[in-house]
Design a protein around this ligand. Structure first.
Ligand SMILES: *Cc1c(COP(=O)(O)O)cnc(C)c1O
Length: 383
Protein backbone atom coordinates (compact mmCIF):
# COMPACT_ATOMS: atom_id res chain seq x y z
CA UNK A 1 0.00 0.00 0.00
CA UNK A 2 1.14 3.52 -0.75
CA UNK A 3 1.80 5.72 2.28
CA UNK A 4 1.42 9.50 2.17
CA UNK A 5 2.74 11.24 5.28
CA UNK A 6 0.70 14.08 6.70
CA UNK A 7 3.76 16.33 6.71
CA UNK A 8 7.49 16.24 5.94
CA UNK A 9 9.75 19.12 6.96
CA UNK A 10 12.21 20.95 4.71
CA UNK A 11 15.38 20.66 6.77
CA UNK A 12 18.24 19.73 4.43
CA UNK A 13 22.03 19.46 4.21
CA UNK A 14 22.41 23.19 4.51
CA UNK A 15 20.62 23.29 7.87
CA UNK A 16 22.57 20.27 9.13
CA UNK A 17 25.85 21.98 8.27
CA UNK A 18 24.71 25.22 9.92
CA UNK A 19 23.82 23.35 13.12
CA UNK A 20 27.25 21.63 13.20
CA UNK A 21 28.89 25.01 12.81
CA UNK A 22 26.76 26.46 15.61
CA UNK A 23 27.74 23.52 17.84
CA UNK A 24 31.42 24.28 17.20
CA UNK A 25 30.87 27.85 18.44
CA UNK A 26 31.01 29.08 22.03
CA UNK A 27 27.43 30.35 22.47
CA UNK A 28 24.77 27.72 22.13
CA UNK A 29 22.17 29.97 23.74
CA UNK A 30 20.90 33.32 22.47
CA UNK A 31 23.70 35.02 20.53
CA UNK A 32 24.86 36.20 17.10
CA UNK A 33 22.89 33.62 15.10
CA UNK A 34 19.66 34.59 16.85
CA UNK A 35 20.39 38.25 16.04
CA UNK A 36 21.06 37.30 12.42
CA UNK A 37 17.77 35.40 12.20
CA UNK A 38 15.87 38.26 13.85
CA UNK A 39 17.23 40.74 11.30
CA UNK A 40 16.47 38.37 8.44
CA UNK A 41 12.90 37.77 9.66
CA UNK A 42 12.26 41.50 10.16
CA UNK A 43 13.49 42.18 6.60
CA UNK A 44 11.34 39.34 5.25
CA UNK A 45 8.26 40.86 6.93
CA UNK A 46 9.10 44.46 6.09
CA UNK A 47 9.09 45.33 9.81
CA UNK A 48 11.86 47.08 11.75
CA UNK A 49 12.21 44.43 14.50
CA UNK A 50 11.68 40.75 15.25
CA UNK A 51 12.38 38.82 18.45
CA UNK A 52 13.24 35.09 18.48
CA UNK A 53 11.45 32.87 21.00
CA UNK A 54 10.93 29.19 21.79
CA UNK A 55 7.31 28.94 20.59
CA UNK A 56 4.36 30.82 19.15
CA UNK A 57 2.51 30.17 22.39
CA UNK A 58 5.28 32.06 24.20
CA UNK A 59 5.16 34.74 21.50
CA UNK A 60 1.42 35.24 22.06
CA UNK A 61 1.85 35.22 25.85
CA UNK A 62 4.58 37.88 25.84
CA UNK A 63 2.85 39.99 23.18
CA UNK A 64 -0.33 40.10 25.26
CA UNK A 65 1.68 41.09 28.36
CA UNK A 66 3.51 43.77 26.39
CA UNK A 67 0.12 45.01 25.14
CA UNK A 68 -0.84 45.58 28.78
CA UNK A 69 -3.10 42.54 29.18
CA UNK A 70 -3.32 41.22 32.75
CA UNK A 71 -5.59 39.72 35.40
CA UNK A 72 -9.24 40.74 35.10
CA UNK A 73 -8.91 41.66 31.44
CA UNK A 74 -10.66 40.13 28.45
CA UNK A 75 -9.16 39.36 25.05
CA UNK A 76 -11.41 38.86 22.03
CA UNK A 77 -10.36 35.94 19.86
CA UNK A 78 -11.64 33.16 17.62
CA UNK A 79 -12.75 29.66 18.62
CA UNK A 80 -11.62 28.32 15.20
CA UNK A 81 -7.94 27.91 16.06
CA UNK A 82 -5.47 25.73 17.87
CA UNK A 83 -6.01 25.84 21.64
CA UNK A 84 -2.67 27.63 22.18
CA UNK A 85 -4.21 30.92 21.01
CA UNK A 86 -6.74 30.94 23.84
CA UNK A 87 -4.36 29.35 26.37
CA UNK A 88 -1.91 32.23 25.85
CA UNK A 89 -4.68 34.63 26.87
CA UNK A 90 -5.13 32.68 30.09
CA UNK A 91 -1.36 32.54 30.65
CA UNK A 92 -1.38 36.34 30.48
CA UNK A 93 -3.94 36.30 33.32
CA UNK A 94 -6.93 37.29 31.19
CA UNK A 95 -10.10 35.54 29.98
CA UNK A 96 -10.66 34.55 26.35
CA UNK A 97 -13.86 36.00 24.85
CA UNK A 98 -14.75 34.18 21.66
CA UNK A 99 -16.68 35.64 18.78
CA UNK A 100 -17.83 33.60 15.81
CA UNK A 101 -16.09 33.34 12.45
CA UNK A 102 -16.99 34.09 8.84
CA UNK A 103 -18.57 30.88 7.47
CA UNK A 104 -16.65 31.12 4.19
CA UNK A 105 -13.12 31.73 5.48
CA UNK A 106 -13.23 30.58 9.11
CA UNK A 107 -11.57 33.85 10.11
CA UNK A 108 -12.70 36.03 13.02
CA UNK A 109 -15.79 37.95 11.86
CA UNK A 110 -14.82 41.61 12.32
CA UNK A 111 -18.51 42.63 12.40
CA UNK A 112 -18.99 40.61 15.61
CA UNK A 113 -16.01 42.08 17.44
CA UNK A 114 -17.36 45.49 18.40
CA UNK A 115 -20.54 44.13 20.05
CA UNK A 116 -18.33 41.86 22.21
CA UNK A 117 -16.24 44.72 23.61
CA UNK A 118 -16.75 45.47 27.32
CA UNK A 119 -15.01 47.77 29.81
CA UNK A 120 -12.61 44.88 30.51
CA UNK A 121 -11.55 44.26 26.91
CA UNK A 122 -7.86 44.94 26.49
CA UNK A 123 -6.88 43.35 23.16
CA UNK A 124 -8.05 41.61 19.98
CA UNK A 125 -6.28 38.41 18.93
CA UNK A 126 -7.16 37.32 15.37
CA UNK A 127 -5.78 34.16 13.75
CA UNK A 128 -5.04 34.07 10.01
CA UNK A 129 -6.69 30.69 9.58
CA UNK A 130 -5.02 28.15 7.28
CA UNK A 131 -2.83 30.97 5.89
CA UNK A 132 -5.43 33.45 4.63
CA UNK A 133 -5.45 36.82 6.35
CA UNK A 134 -8.27 38.25 8.42
CA UNK A 135 -9.74 41.64 7.58
CA UNK A 136 -6.94 43.51 9.36
CA UNK A 137 -8.09 46.93 8.12
CA UNK A 138 -11.44 46.49 9.88
CA UNK A 139 -9.81 45.08 13.01
CA UNK A 140 -7.26 47.91 13.15
CA UNK A 141 -10.06 50.48 12.96
CA UNK A 142 -11.94 48.79 15.82
CA UNK A 143 -8.77 48.52 17.94
CA UNK A 144 -8.07 52.24 17.40
CA UNK A 145 -11.64 53.28 18.21
CA UNK A 146 -11.56 51.41 21.53
CA UNK A 147 -7.83 51.76 22.39
CA UNK A 148 -7.19 48.02 22.30
CA UNK A 149 -4.02 46.08 21.58
CA UNK A 150 -4.01 44.07 18.33
CA UNK A 151 -1.99 40.84 18.38
CA UNK A 152 -1.90 38.70 15.21
CA UNK A 153 -1.56 34.93 15.51
CA UNK A 154 0.25 34.34 12.20
CA UNK A 155 1.34 30.78 12.99
CA UNK A 156 -0.19 29.77 9.62
CA UNK A 157 0.64 32.89 7.69
CA UNK A 158 4.33 33.82 7.56
CA UNK A 159 4.07 34.69 3.84
CA UNK A 160 0.51 36.04 3.70
CA UNK A 161 -0.85 39.40 2.57
CA UNK A 162 -4.29 40.85 1.82
CA UNK A 163 -4.92 43.78 -0.51
CA UNK A 164 -1.23 44.60 -0.35
CA UNK A 165 -1.06 44.53 3.47
CA UNK A 166 1.32 41.95 4.91
CA UNK A 167 0.91 40.17 8.24
CA UNK A 168 2.21 42.35 11.06
CA UNK A 169 1.81 45.65 9.24
CA UNK A 170 -1.47 46.65 10.91
CA UNK A 171 -1.18 44.66 14.14
CA UNK A 172 0.88 45.82 17.10
CA UNK A 173 2.45 42.36 17.39
CA UNK A 174 2.64 39.47 14.91
CA UNK A 175 3.41 36.00 16.24
CA UNK A 176 4.92 33.03 14.39
CA UNK A 177 5.50 29.35 15.09
CA UNK A 178 8.40 27.20 13.92
CA UNK A 179 6.79 23.94 15.11
CA UNK A 180 7.53 20.92 12.84
CA UNK A 181 4.39 21.24 10.69
CA UNK A 182 4.79 24.98 10.07
CA UNK A 183 6.29 26.38 6.85
CA UNK A 184 9.78 26.71 8.39
CA UNK A 185 10.78 24.81 11.51
CA UNK A 186 13.48 24.33 14.12
CA UNK A 187 11.59 21.61 16.02
CA UNK A 188 10.17 24.05 18.56
CA UNK A 189 10.46 27.80 18.05
CA UNK A 190 8.62 31.07 17.58
CA UNK A 191 9.04 34.79 17.02
CA UNK A 192 7.28 38.15 17.27
CA UNK A 193 7.49 41.01 14.78
CA UNK A 194 7.04 44.55 16.16
CA UNK A 195 7.21 48.17 15.05
CA UNK A 196 9.52 49.85 17.59
CA UNK A 197 12.87 49.17 19.21
CA UNK A 198 11.30 49.91 22.56
CA UNK A 199 8.76 47.10 22.21
CA UNK A 200 11.46 44.73 20.91
CA UNK A 201 13.58 45.58 23.98
CA UNK A 202 10.66 44.90 26.30
CA UNK A 203 10.03 41.51 24.65
CA UNK A 204 13.74 40.64 24.91
CA UNK A 205 13.66 41.32 28.66
CA UNK A 206 10.39 39.38 29.10
CA UNK A 207 11.74 36.36 27.17
CA UNK A 208 14.76 36.10 29.48
CA UNK A 209 13.77 36.33 33.17
CA UNK A 210 13.39 40.11 32.94
CA UNK A 211 17.20 40.32 32.80
CA UNK A 212 18.94 43.56 31.95
CA UNK A 213 21.81 41.87 29.99
CA UNK A 214 22.01 38.39 28.45
CA UNK A 215 25.08 36.13 28.76
CA UNK A 216 26.25 36.97 25.23
CA UNK A 217 25.87 40.69 25.95
CA UNK A 218 27.99 40.31 29.11
CA UNK A 219 30.65 38.09 27.53
CA UNK A 220 34.11 39.65 27.72
CA UNK A 221 32.70 42.83 29.22
CA UNK A 222 32.69 44.19 32.72
CA UNK A 223 28.90 44.18 33.17
CA UNK A 224 26.69 42.27 35.54
CA UNK A 225 22.98 41.73 35.20
CA UNK A 226 20.01 42.79 37.23
CA UNK A 227 16.45 41.51 37.15
CA UNK A 228 14.51 44.63 36.31
CA UNK A 229 11.02 43.11 35.96
CA UNK A 230 9.19 39.79 36.22
CA UNK A 231 10.14 37.64 33.21
CA UNK A 232 9.82 34.21 31.61
CA UNK A 233 12.22 31.81 29.82
CA UNK A 234 11.33 31.88 26.13
CA UNK A 235 14.61 32.95 24.47
CA UNK A 236 15.46 31.32 21.13
CA UNK A 237 18.95 29.75 21.03
CA UNK A 238 21.67 29.75 18.38
CA UNK A 239 20.96 26.14 17.36
CA UNK A 240 17.33 26.98 16.57
CA UNK A 241 18.41 30.07 14.65
CA UNK A 242 20.96 28.03 12.65
CA UNK A 243 18.12 25.74 11.53
CA UNK A 244 15.85 28.61 10.50
CA UNK A 245 18.14 30.95 8.56
CA UNK A 246 18.49 28.80 5.42
CA UNK A 247 14.82 27.81 5.43
CA UNK A 248 13.65 31.41 5.59
CA UNK A 249 15.75 32.15 2.51
CA UNK A 250 13.88 29.38 0.69
CA UNK A 251 10.42 30.32 2.07
CA UNK A 252 9.29 31.81 -1.24
CA UNK A 253 10.16 28.61 -3.08
CA UNK A 254 8.33 26.49 -0.51
CA UNK A 255 5.30 28.79 -0.80
CA UNK A 256 5.20 28.47 -4.63
CA UNK A 257 5.13 24.70 -4.34
CA UNK A 258 2.39 24.66 -1.67
CA UNK A 259 0.28 27.07 -3.72
CA UNK A 260 0.67 24.90 -6.81
CA UNK A 261 -0.30 21.74 -4.90
CA UNK A 262 -3.30 23.44 -3.23
CA UNK A 263 -4.53 24.65 -6.64
CA UNK A 264 -4.13 21.11 -8.01
CA UNK A 265 -6.19 19.67 -5.15
CA UNK A 266 -8.96 22.19 -5.80
CA UNK A 267 -8.93 21.53 -9.56
CA UNK A 268 -8.85 17.73 -9.29
CA UNK A 269 -11.46 17.52 -6.52
CA UNK A 270 -13.81 20.08 -8.08
CA UNK A 271 -17.30 18.67 -8.54
CA UNK A 272 -16.74 15.64 -6.30
CA UNK A 273 -20.17 15.15 -4.67
CA UNK A 274 -20.55 16.34 -1.08
CA UNK A 275 -17.10 17.94 -0.93
CA UNK A 276 -16.83 21.68 -0.40
CA UNK A 277 -13.97 24.11 0.04
CA UNK A 278 -13.24 27.23 2.06
CA UNK A 279 -13.39 30.57 0.22
CA UNK A 280 -10.16 31.91 -1.22
CA UNK A 281 -10.58 35.68 -1.29
CA UNK A 282 -9.38 37.79 -4.22
CA UNK A 283 -6.47 40.08 -3.34
CA UNK A 284 -4.98 37.58 -0.89
CA UNK A 285 -1.61 35.88 -0.98
CA UNK A 286 -2.65 32.68 0.80
CA UNK A 287 0.16 30.97 2.70
CA UNK A 288 -1.50 27.56 2.16
CA UNK A 289 -0.30 26.36 5.54
CA UNK A 290 -2.77 23.48 5.37
CA UNK A 291 -5.20 22.27 2.72
CA UNK A 292 -8.67 21.72 4.14
CA UNK A 293 -11.98 20.63 2.66
CA UNK A 294 -15.45 20.14 4.13
CA UNK A 295 -17.16 16.74 4.05
CA UNK A 296 -20.61 15.71 5.36
CA UNK A 297 -20.30 15.92 9.16
CA UNK A 298 -22.09 12.66 9.90
CA UNK A 299 -19.75 10.73 7.61
CA UNK A 300 -16.46 12.36 8.59
CA UNK A 301 -15.25 9.73 11.07
CA UNK A 302 -15.77 6.94 8.49
CA UNK A 303 -14.02 9.08 5.89
CA UNK A 304 -11.03 9.72 8.19
CA UNK A 305 -10.84 5.99 8.99
CA UNK A 306 -10.84 5.28 5.24
CA UNK A 307 -7.94 7.67 4.65
CA UNK A 308 -6.00 6.04 7.47
CA UNK A 309 -6.68 2.54 6.15
CA UNK A 310 -5.30 3.61 2.78
CA UNK A 311 -2.12 5.06 4.29
CA UNK A 312 -2.96 8.76 4.04
CA UNK A 313 -2.19 11.10 6.93
CA UNK A 314 -4.89 13.62 7.81
CA UNK A 315 -5.91 15.98 10.61
CA UNK A 316 -8.83 18.03 11.90
CA UNK A 317 -8.10 21.76 12.00
CA UNK A 318 -9.86 22.39 14.31
CA UNK A 319 -12.29 21.27 16.94
CA UNK A 320 -13.47 24.73 18.06
CA UNK A 321 -11.67 25.69 21.25
CA UNK A 322 -14.86 26.47 23.21
CA UNK A 323 -15.93 22.81 22.85
CA UNK A 324 -12.77 21.44 24.50
CA UNK A 325 -13.32 20.10 28.03
CA UNK A 326 -11.20 22.61 29.94
CA UNK A 327 -12.84 25.57 28.24
CA UNK A 328 -16.36 24.18 28.69
CA UNK A 329 -15.80 23.45 32.35
CA UNK A 330 -13.87 26.61 33.22
CA UNK A 331 -15.81 29.20 31.26
CA UNK A 332 -19.20 27.53 30.75
CA UNK A 333 -18.97 27.43 26.95
CA UNK A 334 -21.58 25.21 25.29
CA UNK A 335 -22.30 23.76 21.87
CA UNK A 336 -24.41 26.16 19.83
CA UNK A 337 -22.65 29.34 21.01
CA UNK A 338 -20.55 29.82 17.84
CA UNK A 339 -22.43 28.05 15.04
CA UNK A 340 -20.18 29.04 12.12
CA UNK A 341 -17.07 27.75 13.90
CA UNK A 342 -18.93 24.60 14.94
CA UNK A 343 -20.10 23.93 11.38
CA UNK A 344 -16.52 24.11 10.09
CA UNK A 345 -15.24 22.12 13.07
CA UNK A 346 -17.72 19.29 12.39
CA UNK A 347 -16.92 18.97 8.68
CA UNK A 348 -13.33 19.97 8.12
CA UNK A 349 -10.61 17.55 7.00
CA UNK A 350 -6.98 18.47 6.37
CA UNK A 351 -5.10 16.60 3.62
CA UNK A 352 -1.31 16.29 3.21
CA UNK A 353 0.24 19.50 1.81
CA UNK A 354 3.95 20.34 1.89
CA UNK A 355 6.69 21.13 -0.65
CA UNK A 356 8.02 17.56 -0.66
CA UNK A 357 4.58 16.09 -1.53
CA UNK A 358 5.02 14.58 -4.99
CA UNK A 359 2.43 14.93 -7.74
CA UNK A 360 1.86 11.17 -7.81
CA UNK A 361 1.20 11.24 -4.06
CA UNK A 362 -1.31 14.06 -4.54
CA UNK A 363 -2.99 12.04 -7.31
CA UNK A 364 -3.26 9.04 -4.98
CA UNK A 365 -4.86 11.24 -2.28
CA UNK A 366 -7.32 12.70 -4.82
CA UNK A 367 -8.26 9.25 -6.14
CA UNK A 368 -8.76 7.95 -2.60
CA UNK A 369 -10.88 10.94 -1.56
CA UNK A 370 -13.12 10.46 -4.61
CA UNK A 371 -13.41 6.69 -4.02
CA UNK A 372 -14.37 7.23 -0.39
CA UNK A 373 -16.88 9.95 -1.30
CA UNK A 374 -18.57 7.44 -3.62
CA UNK A 375 -18.39 4.50 -1.22
CA UNK A 376 -19.79 6.57 1.67
CA UNK A 377 -22.50 8.04 -0.59
CA UNK A 378 -21.55 11.66 0.08
CA UNK A 379 -24.01 12.67 -2.65
CA UNK A 380 -26.94 11.69 -0.36
CA UNK A 381 -25.74 14.26 2.18
CA UNK A 382 -25.90 17.26 -0.13
CA UNK A 383 -27.73 19.90 1.86
C1 LIG B 1 0.95 26.01 15.82
C2 LIG B 1 0.04 27.05 16.32
C3 LIG B 1 0.25 27.74 17.52
C4 LIG B 1 1.27 27.31 18.54
O1 LIG B 1 2.56 27.30 18.07
P1 LIG B 1 3.73 26.74 18.99
O2 LIG B 1 4.95 27.24 18.32
O3 LIG B 1 3.60 25.25 18.96
O4 LIG B 1 3.54 27.30 20.36
C5 LIG B 1 -0.56 28.81 17.83
N1 LIG B 1 -1.56 29.18 17.03
C6 LIG B 1 -1.83 28.53 15.88
C7 LIG B 1 -2.95 29.01 15.02
C8 LIG B 1 -1.06 27.43 15.50
O5 LIG B 1 -1.36 26.75 14.39
Amino acid sequence: MQKVEFYRHNIGQREKRAVCKALDGLFLTTGKLVEQFEEQLAAFLGLPHAVGLTSCTGALHLSLLAAGVGPGDEVITTPMTFAATALAVIQAGAAPVFVDVEPGTGNLDARLVEPAITSRTRAILPVHLYGQMCDMRALRAIADRHHLGLVEDAAHALEASRDGVRVGQLGDFVCFSFYPTKSITCGEGGAVGVHTGETAGLLKALRHHGMSHSASERYGKDVSYDITRMGWKYNMDNIQAALLIGQLERAGKFLDRRQRLAALYRKKLAGAPGIRFMDWLPGCVHSQHVFTMLVPAEKRSLFLAGLKERGIGSAINYTPVHLLKFFRETYGFKPGMFPAAEAIGASTVTLPLYPKLRNDELDYVVRTVKDLALALRFEDSLA
